[in-house]
Design a protein around this ligand. Structure first.
Ligand code: SAM
Length: 378
C-alpha cells in the first residue's frame, strides 16, 4: 500500500518505456499502474484492461513480464495501445528511421499544390497545414510492414495534434517540418531506449505474444472472451468517469470547436457522438442513470472473466466534493458481488492529464479528483 501511495504522490511525467508515443486524454499514471500490477499480480499472470485508452496498462504490464488483454470501444484507443506495446523487429525500426529521413527531406521543400481546408462546424481552416498533414498520412501507406507503418502514423498523429489541437492559431504549413523533426526525434529516442537490452538479433519492446488488443464494448467482453472466463488474475483499468465528460475522440480547433480529425486521420468511422465513449450523455439529466445502468452491465461482464480472489483495481476521477457518484459506484460494485479490499478507496490529488473534461454537476468546473478503488472477486 505504501508503494501505491508513493506512486500516487509522484507527479513526474512518465518518460520511460513507450508512454510518450501518444498522450491519451485522462490516461492513468504509469507509476500508479506499475505499483498496482506489482502488488496484485505475479510474472506470467494474465491481466485485463477493459478500458485501455492510450495503453498505459499494456506498456506497464508487458514491462513487468505479465500478459495482458486490452480492450476499448474506440478503434483509435486500440490503435494507440498496439502502437505502444507491439514488439518491433530491429530491421523494422531501421525502416522506420529511413522513412523519417526521407519525409524530412521532402517536407523541407513541400508546398501543397491544391490545398484542401480543414472543415469544422461549417468553417474552414488552414488549408496548407491540413494538406501537408494529409500528405504525410498518405505517405505512411508506402511502408509495407504493419508495425512500422503504425509507428509512422503515430508520428503524423502527434504532428497533427501539436499543429492543430487546442491551439488558438493553427501553425503555418512551413513550420510543420520543424514539428515533424521534433516529434520523430522523440519517438526514435523512446523506441531505442526500449530496445536496449533486447535480444542481440532482434529488437523488441516486450515479449512476443503477451498482448491481445480487441475493439469491444466492455459490456460484451464476457461473450467475446468466453475462453478466458475465470482466468484473469488482475483487472487494472480506468473507466470513463461518472459525472465528468472527457473528449476521448475529438481535438479542438481555435478554442473549443471540436473535430473528429484524430479518427479520420487513421481512417476510422467517426460518426459516433462523444457520449458513446463516456458511458453517458453530455449535459443530460439522464446521464447519471445511463452511466450506472451501463456500468452495472460492464461490471457483471468483467466479474465473469476474473479468477476467484482476483483483484479489480480501478482509477476513477469524480467531480470535486461529490459524494453521490462515489456512493453509487460502491453500490454498483457491491451489487455485482465484489468485496472491497481494506482500505478500499484512496484519493489521489492528481490533475487528470491531457484533460478535456467538463463536470456535469459542478457548475464551477472544479478539477475532478482521482480515486483508486480496490476490490476482489469473492
Ligand atoms: C479514462 S479512459 C482510459 C485511459 C487509459 N487507462 C489510459 O491510461 O490511457 C476511458 C476509456 O474508456 C473507453 N470506453 C468508453 N466506453 C466504453 C465501453 N462501453 N467499452 C469499452 N471502452 C469504453 C473510452 O474510449 C476511453 O478510451
Amino acid at each position: 500500500m505504501h508503494r501505491i501511495n508513493e506512486a500516487a504522490s509522484d507527479s513526474a511525467r512518465a518518460r520511460n518505456l513507450t508512454h510518450r508515443l501518444y498522450r491519451y486524454p485522462a490516461s492513468m499514471s504509469p507509476m500508479i499502474t506499475r505499483a498496482l500490477i506489482e502488488k496484485y499480480s505475479n510474472r506470467g499472470d494474465l491481466l485485463l484492461d477493459p478500458f485501455c485508452g492510450g495503453g498505459t496498462s499494456a506498456v506497464e504490464a508487458l514491462g513487468l513480464g505479465r500478459k495482458i488483454i486490452c480492450s476499448d470501444i474506440s478503434p483509435f484507443a486500440c490503435f494507440i495501445t498496439r502502437a505502444k506495446a507491439t514488439p518491433l523487429h530491429n530491421k523494422n525500426i531501421e525502416k522506420f528511421c529511413d522513412w523519417i529521413q526521407k519525409e524530412t527531406v521532402i517536407l523541407e521543400k513541400y508546398k501543397p499544390q491544391n490545398p484542401i481546408p480543414l472543415e469544422v462546424n461549417g468553417k474552414q481552416y488552414a488549408p496548407l497545414t491540413y494538406s501537408t498533414i494529409l500528405k504525410l498520412i498518405r505517405d505512411t501507406e508506402n511502408i509495407s510492414n504493419a508495425n512500422t507503418r503504425r509507428l509512422a502514423k503515430i508520428v503524423v498523429l502527434n504532428v497533427a495534434r501539436r499543429s492543430i489541437d487546442g491551439r488558438s492559431k493553427i501553425i503555418p504549413y512551413y513550420l510543420v517540418s520543424n514539428v515533424f523533426k521534433r516529434v520523430s526525434q522523440e519517438v526514435i529516442a523512446d523506441i531505442r531506449k526500449c530496445c536496449n537490452g533486447a535480444r542481440p538479433d532482434e529488437h523488441y519492446f516486450f515479449e512476443r505474444d503477451s498482448l491481445k488488443v480487441i475493439n469491444c464494448d466492455a459490456k460484451r467482453l464476457a461473450n467475446r472472451l468466453s475462453e478466458f472466463k475465470n482466468k484473469i488474475r488482475l483487472v487494472v483499468t480506468s473507466p470513463p468517469y461518472p459525472g465528468v465528460h472527457v473528449l476521448y475522440n475529438r481535438w479542438q480547433v481555435h478554442g473549443r470547436r471540436e473535430t473528429d480529425l484524430p479518427f479520420r486521420l487513421l481512417g476510422y468511422n467517426s460518426s459516433r457522438a462523444a457520449s458513446f465513449y463516456t458511458l453517458g450523455t453530455r449535459n443530460s439529466h439522464e446521464a447519471s442513470e445511463n452511466y450506472q445502468d451501463q456500468m452495472g452491465r460492464v461490471l457483471s461482464s468483467i466479474y465473469e472473466l476474473m479468477a476467484p480472489g482476483a483483484v479489480f483495481a480501478q482509477v476513477i476521477a469524480f467531480p470535486k466534493n461529490d459524494g453521490h457518484h462515489i456512493t453509487e459506484y460502491e453500490r454498483l460494485m457491491k451489487n455485482t458481488g465484489f468485496k472491497p479490499l481494506q482500505p478500499n478507496l484512496m484519493k489521489i490529488q492528481r490533475s487528470v492529464p491531457n484533460r478535456k473534461w467538463y463536470t456535469q454537476i459542478d457548475k464551477n468546473k472544479k478539477q475532478p479528483i482521482e480515486h483508486i478503488f480496490l476490490n476482489r472477486k469473492a
